[in-house]
Design a binder for this molecule. Structure first.
Ligand code: SDX
Length: 400
């Protein structure tokens, strides 16, 4: 049997920029690490100073002080809303929180035990299918679509979970905030002020984060002038991965596996021996602690105290200490998100859909920004495969 050609024969280093083939000596930045791929005025992720800014406002000034309604408006429109603008925006979101037919009926037909992020990805795709103006490209049209998706994804997540667990879908309640309505629709009881504020702050802290993988995915799709729904569905797909949005769910599974603060050290030793990753730790950009983490830690601590069950916070805090001692690895946004969402009674399986609900505002803002000053996103690749192989017609090829 003829051997397949060596897939990576040594290539002459003299290749030139013929077509889109870069010189073989071109430096490859794997994962585009450290590559500045464009400008944005939406958020600044400062890895050296470990700071995050939304449209000029440090996240420390917004967390727990500006509602998700204010912050989603800020991200989409570039300025904090006046009181009347906020009232209008909140009314617009409230009006789009209810799912239009035939979506409720179709959601009942979806496989209830599928991965919640796969279900959300499919449901947003259905939103686009049933939007007669899905292909409209104007700024107003995209903002209209964005309102629908930002407002209705919590309804979709809560509805699908209640269908999965044998409950009936609960309609949103007028007068409840974006965050409070999600907790009502999911759990069937109105949240306390502390619970609603905690989820609202979570949504604000995760609303945007520069050119992270899922946002860059949305921008890449928008770069081809594809429609808004296609960009958001692609972003949901990217966020679904454990190196990105699913880390919060994996972090909770880690806490559940550890079980008690006393078991943290042996657990960490086993993880180090097995060269495994600690979910909720490390970051591609931040050289120190993720600036969102301290806010999430403070909120998780307060929720733990209110619940009377500090165990999950205690395990988290001990794990943060031991991993820092062992690997000098800092926590990221997903670490205390885990205990925070758990204390709110949100099922672990839904953690990444919570991240998606928050990030809908940022993704939408980046779609608008990319479309407003578009350039097709198309990097080069260095070809390392074979060259000039002789074609052998089928009849002369080996039978097996
Ligand atoms: C988010 O980009 C964003 O802004 C994303 C995000 C946002 O808001 O959109 O901030 C949200 O996705 C946060 C990250 C969530 N993911 C996790 O928590 C998964 C665990 N973390 C890692 O896999 C990792 O830290 C990444 C993916 C977050 C960053 O990885 P990099 O920059 O590619 O770093 P790397 O894999 O090259 O690691 C460098 C070194 C390695 O050591 P060596 O193998 O070279 O000896 O650090 C080690 C890694 O082994 N390391 C870890 C680790 N993260 C890095 N070791 C153990 N556990 C970890 N979590």
């Amino acid at each position: 049997m003829t051997q397949p050609p060596d897939p990576h024969p040594r290539q002459k280093a003299s290749a030139t920029l013929a077509g889109d083939q870069p010189a073989q000596s071109a430096e490859i930045r794997r994962g585009l690490e450290g590559v500045v791929a464009g400008d944005t005025a939406i958020s600044d992720v400062d890895g050296q100073r470990c700071q995050l800014i939304y449209r000029g406002y440090p996240i420390d000034a917004l967390a727990g002080r500006a509602s998700y309604e204010e912050v989603s408006y800020l991200l989409l429109y570039g300025a904090l809303p006046t009181r009347s603008q906020l009232a209008d925006w909140s009314r617009e979101l409230a009006s789009r929180r209810i799912l239009d037919p035939p979506l409720p009926a179709i959601l009942q037909q979806l496989p209830p035990h599928a991965d919640p992020m796969a279900l959300l990805r499919s449901a947003v795709s259905l939103l686009g299918l049933y939007d007669p103006k899905a292909e409209e490209e104007s700024l107003e049209a995209v903002r209209r679509k964005a309102v629908t998706v930002i407002a209705s994804t919590p309804t979709i997540v809560a509805t699908l979970w209640r269908l999965r667990t044998g409950g009936r879908a609960l309609p949103p309640k007028s007068g409840l905030s974006h965050a409070a309505n999600f907790l009502w629709m999911l759990l069937g009881t109105e949240p306390t002020e502390q619970q609603a504020s905690a989820l609202d702050a979570y949504f604000t802290l995760l609303a945007d984060h520069g050119f992270n993988a899922s946002t860059f995915t949305a921008r890449t799709v928008t770069g081809t002038k594809a429609d808004y729904y296609s960009a958001i569905v692609a972003a949901i797909g990217s966020l679904k991965g454990p190196l990105h949005g699913a880390a919060n769910r994996k972090a909770m599974e880690m806490l559940l596996e550890i079980g008690t603060a006393e078991q943290v050290e042996p657990y960490v030793q086993r993880m180090l021996t097995d060269h495994k990753r600690f979910m909720g730790f490390g970051h591609r950009v931040y050289k120190g602690e993720d600036p969102r983490a301290k806010h999430l830690k403070r909120i998780a601590h307060a929720l733990g105290q209110a619940s009377g069950e500090m165990k999950w916070f205690a395990i988290s805090e001990r794990l943060q200490e031991v991993v820092w001692e062992a690997k000098r690895l800092s926590i990221n946004v997903d670490f205390y998100s885990a205990s925070l969402l758990h204390y709110l009674g949100i099922p672990t399986e839904l953690f990444t859909t919570m991240f998606a609900c928050a990030r809908m505002a940022g993704w939408s803002a980046h779609v608008i920004e990319q479309a407003g000053d578009n350039r097709l996103i198309r990097p080069l690749a260095r070809y390392v495969g074979p060259h000039n192989l002789p074609f052998v017609p089928l009849e002369h090829r080996a039978p097996s």
